[in-house]
Design a protein around this ligand. Structure first.
Ligand SMILES: *[C@@H]1O[C@H](CO)[C@@H](O)[C@H](O)[C@H]1NC(C)=O
Ligand SMILES: *[C@@H]1O[C@H](CO)[C@@H](O)[C@H](O)[C@H]1NC(C)=O
Ligand SMILES: *[C@@H]1O[C@H](CO)[C@@H](O)[C@H](O)[C@H]1NC(C)=O
Ligand SMILES: *[C@@H]1O[C@H](CO)[C@@H](O)[C@H](O)[C@H]1NC(C)=O
Ligand SMILES: *[C@@H]1O[C@H](CO)[C@@H](O)[C@H](O)[C@H]1NC(C)=O
Ligand SMILES: *[C@@H]1O[C@H](CO)[C@@H](O)[C@H](O)[C@H]1NC(C)=O
Ligand SMILES: *[C@@H]1O[C@H](CO)[C@@H](O)[C@H](O)[C@H]1NC(C)=O
Ligand SMILES: *[C@@H]1O[C@H](CO)[C@@H](O)[C@H](O)[C@H]1NC(C)=O
Ligand SMILES: *[C@@H]1O[C@H](CO)[C@@H](O)[C@H](O)[C@H]1NC(C)=O
Ligand SMILES: *[C@@H]1O[C@H](CO)[C@@H](O)[C@H](O)[C@H]1NC(C)=O
Length: 360
């Protein structure tokens, strides 16, 4: 009897504690650098975190998985780093959700059209941060983080297009492992005409699955489909054409990963499945390689033989300083491209030239 009561009390305490922490209320408490929202299942966290080189204090509002803050799968302000811990996310009394911080323009996510609202933002168990009006009855989604992906694709997210609203969903890589700005070299897209997934490098196709068959499920070449279930939907009623995936329950995976995976588009053009560690695209697509989905890198005739990039270590003399050395908007993949197209170039460093790993 005593044991039963004890269990009951403990359960109530935990439930109410967790319930509070996944929701932001209109006119209620705001989120700052000393607080976080945690999804009910405990797997996803929304909060402020530091990203970048050791010298930088750049802070971002992000969502991460399993307490791993090293590379949040979603960032709210990837192009506007916050220099200190002044960031605050709130839904104000008029129903606008925005991120404010000292020394910069706020990032606005949603502006309310109506004066009587009861808006809440919930970090759901899927990792989606969803804004709804509780009083609208329909529970219509006003805004959601899944509509604004950064470089990571989760089950339930879409890659594709909504023809009516003009909304497109695609991933954009970071510029380097330390710089999340949306100026990265690679995108990961669903090509609605070719019905294929593509990685593009500065708008040029770099890797492709090739056309995939049927409206519903299919296998993706190069990818073990044992745990992942892919589909594309041509929903002409909703004017949407998109690709998505879900994860079949996998009894061999650890708790929390049984129905979850993420595909992350790396700054080097790799798509990495974080659960199975399978990778495609990326550095293996070097120059003339056209295997495993890689698309040959176009270049001058001096590169039309069997040239490709290979990793070599050693000591190099007579390096010629170049205007690209300190250009902080160039990723290492841009450096390879510049080199590929210049017949005099014999190589580029394997990482960038600055503390941010950018430049050639
Ligand atoms: C965050 O908000 C709490 C409660 O309002 C406050 O006590 C705390 O000092 C704030 N932290 C920062 C870093 O501003
Ligand atoms: C996986 O399933 C469990 C049990 O149904 C659920 O609690 C958990 O939130 C799910 N995880 C994800 C990431 O959807
Ligand atoms: C980071 O913060 C520390 C301590 O506030 C400060 O001394 C340093 O100058 C900051 N660095 C940058 C790059 O802003
Ligand atoms: C994350 O860290 C918190 C606090 O250390 C811990 O209670 C929680 O179980 C961790 N969550 C996961 C998914 O590892
Ligand atoms: C907002 O919605 C919640 C959930 O439906 C409800 O409990 C609450 O009373 C509403 N608040 C106002 C001010 O309407
Ligand atoms: C989508 O489906 C509609 C109706 O089924 C069809 O007319 C249209 O051509 C399809 N679009 C594409 C891009 O396949
Ligand atoms: C594709 O799937 C969607 C959603 O299940 C459905 O609405 C649509 O009619 C299907 N299109 C075709 C051409 O079968
Ligand atoms: C979207 O628009 C394109 C180009 O106009 C068209 O080919 C395609 O069928 C449309 N898709 C849907 C789902 O309406
Ligand atoms: C740096 O690279 C970018 C992208 O190629 C280019 O637009 C810009 O002019 C370069 N800046 C300098 C100083 O060379
Ligand atoms: C490194 O990146 C940060 C944030 O993107 C930027 O503010 C800083 O100027 C960069 N530093 C260099 C040396 O490029």
């Amino acid at each position: 009897m005593a044991r039963k009561i004890y269990r009951f009390l403990l359960f109530c305490f935990c439930a109410s504690h967790v319930l509070e922490a996944d929701t932001l209320y209109q006119g209620g408490d705001s989120l700052n650098s000393s607080s976080t929202l945690v999804s009910k299942n405990g797997l996803f966290t929304l909060g402020f975190t530091r990203v970048g080189s050791a010298e930088s204090n750049a802070s971002y509002l992000g969502i991460w998985y399993n307490n791993d803050t090293s590379h949040p799968f979603w960032l709210a302000n990837r192009g506007k780093p916050i220099a200190d811990n002044s960031g605050v996310l709130a839904i104000d009394g008029s129903g606008n959700m925005k991120l404010t911080y000292s020394g910069g323009d706020p990032v606005e996510f949603y502006s309310s059209q109506s004066s009587t609202t009861n808006i809440t933002a919930i970090l759901e168990d899927s990792g989606n941060f969803v804004l709804k009006d509780e009083n609208s009855g329909s529970q219509q989604v006003l805004w959601q983080s899944f509509d604004f992906p950064t470089d990571t694709f989760l089950p339930g997210m879409k890659l594709g297009i909504n023809n009516r609203t003009g909304q497109t969903w695609y991933l954009k890589s970071w510029l380097s492992d330390l710089v999340p700005t949306p100026a990265g070299a690679f995108t990961f897209e669903w090509d609605t005409y070719g019905k294929e997934l593509v990685i593009k490098r500065r708008d040029v196709i770099y890797w492709t699955t090739g056309p995939l068959r049927s409206n519903s499920s299919f296998e993706i070449p190069f990818l073990d489909a044992a745990v992942l279930d892919f589909s594309y939907i041509n929903d002409s009623n909703a004017d949407e054409d998109y690709f998505m995936f879900k994860v079949s329950a996998n009894e061999y995976a650890s708790q929390g990963q049984r129905n979850f995976s993420m595909w992350q588009l790396g700054y080097d053009g790799t798509i990495l499945d974080l659960t199975t560690s399978q990778a495609f695209g990326g550095p293996p697509c070097k120059g003339n390689n056209a295997d495993a989905g890689c698309v040959r890198w176009s270049g001058p005739t001096c590169r039309s033989n069997s040239n490709s990039f290979e990793l070599r270590s050693g000591y190099f003399v007579n390096t010629v300083p170049s205007k690209d050395d300190d250009n902080s908007s160039l990723s290492i993949s841009d450096c390879r491209d510049i080199c590929w197209k210049d017949c005099r170039c014999v190589g580029v460093p394997s990482r960038g030239n600055s503390a941010n790993n950018t430049g050639c």
